[in-house]
Ligand binder design. Structure first.
Ligand SMILES: CC(C)(COP(=O)(O)OP(=O)(O)OC[C@H]1O[C@@H](n2cnc3c(N)ncnc32)[C@H](O)[C@@H]1OP(=O)(O)O)[C@@H](O)C(=O)NCCC(=O)NCCS
Length: 232
């Protein structure tokens, strides 16, 4: 299986309260409404979106990934509101080793209601059943207790600390590593919505995100906007 086999035609997914679907150009204001919040970005690797142009740049970068069949997130729509409230999905996938990593962000006003547990569980089911993953991982900063708790609720186990594993707006920072295995998922989450089982033998070479992460593109757009504003 190749990355483009899945991400070239990323299907929508549904949970009780959420629709996970591709981001669209029209999501820009809803995306900006939460991505500009410094508290949402604080424990992530991306900068808060300083302008709607930064959010537009993020969406355009994601749309380019959909078009290229690259790894890209789903937008999360809260069914009760019919609007985009976050993103969730894969940030890394190595089909040869059956290993992928999930990432997510949600509007602050909706935290603590179990919504992201619902979204990440659904994404993991997709990872095991459609992408044929054997292992799905998540990383978070040590102080991101909400993310750590979320991973545990999804069924992931804490494996250890990756020392100074990533640059985060300044110093290299440790990351806590969580994972769930396919056999564990099957044993512990039998109620997960089932999709078509992936039976194809995985034979692709290591594939990861290509090009800058969309949130980095948004940050670059923010900086450009700031520079042009300050030069007026
Ligand atoms: C991490 C995030 C996605 C969680 O989304 P969410 O919808 O609030 O998650 P859930 O409600 O499904 O689960 C969160 C759990 O963490 C718990 N939690 C949240 N803040 C906490 C805190 N300060 N201390 C202890 N537990 C906390 C919640 O109570 C809940 O657990 P519970 O159901 O057992 O009570 C959301 O906080 C977010 O978008 N954060 C900013 C972006 C981010 O950090 N993304 C992850 C990068 S690794």
């Amino acid at each position: 299986m190749e990355v483009a086999d899945v991400f070239g035609d990323l299907p929508p997914l549904e949970t009780e309260r959420l629709l996970l679907r591709r981001l669209a150009v029209d999501d820009v204001l809803d995306l900006h409404a939460y991505a500009c919040d410094p508290e949402v970005a604080r424990l992530t690797t991306w900068e808060p979106h300083a302008s709607t142009e930064a959010s537009r740049a993020f969406i355009n970068a994601v749309l380019a990934k959909y078009a290229a069949g690259d790894i890209a997130p789903w937008g999360i729509v809260l069914k009760a509101e019919g609007r985009l409230v976050g993103t969730s999905g894969f940030v890394y996938w190595n089909p040869q080793h059956g290993r992928a990593e999930v990432g997510c962000a949600l509007a602050r006003r909706l935290w603590g209601r179990g919504l992201m547990t619902e979204a990440v569980r659904r994404a993991c089911a997709f990872g095991f059943e459609v992408m044929g993953c054997n292992r799905i991982e998540a990383l978070c900063l040590p102080e991101n207790v909400a993310s750590a708790r979320l991973m545990e609720k999804v069924g992931m186990r804490f494996e250890g600390v990756l020392r100074e594993c990533a640059w985060t707006r300044g110093p290299y920072r440790d990351r806590r590593l969580y994972s769930v295995l396919r056999r564990q998922w099957r044993a512990e989450a039998p109620s997960t919505p089932r999709q078509e089982e992936a039976t194809t033998h995985v034979a692709a070479s290591s594939i990861t995100l290509t090009g800058p992460h969309p949130h980095r593109i948004a940050a670059m757009a923010s900086r450009r906007a700031t520079r042009s504003a300050s030069s007026l």
